[in-house]
Design a protein around this ligand. Sequence first.
Ligand SMILES: [Fe+2]
Length: 185
Amino acid sequence: MIREEFILNQIPEIEWIKDEDLRKKCIRTWQYAADFADVDEDDLVQITFANFVLKGCEMNLIEHTRRVVQTAAVLADQFVTAYGDVVPVDRDLVICAAILHDVGKVQEHCKDHKGITFEQNYYLEHEFWGAYFAQACELPWKVVYIIRSHRNGKPDKKDFPESFIVYNADWLNFKYLCFGYEMIH
Ligand SMILES: [Fe+2]
């Protein structure tokens, strides 16, 4: 099993989650995903996040995750300052969901898809795997929903401030990189 210290070392932003139970479940979900996909620590850092979409982009999943968490935290803090009286934001929920939004890619894009059939990943994309891992680790349903809905997101009556922030933080990071890399269609 991937060590807790390894996850914390790779994604130090986990420490930003103040609620201890939420923080532990967040770490546990990365461990669970890696176990499920038979991915070890060396494999985990080699999983890229978009090299099949952005030509030549070798950024790994962990770095992308950190960029999205950092962006989401800035957005959450800015919106609390600007609109906090009208729209409260659960910062822990934002940070936790941002850290886990792409955890399903551990299953979907682990190097050479170890033991995973193409069919499984064809019919169940990373947002669903991520939601599955998160619910298995007893994350709040709002976190599960944010993971499940973060891709191809569109206005949904179930949306709430935290889902809006994580979706847009991910979208901003991806679209910004599109200025530097050619899209593969
Ligand atoms: Fe992402």
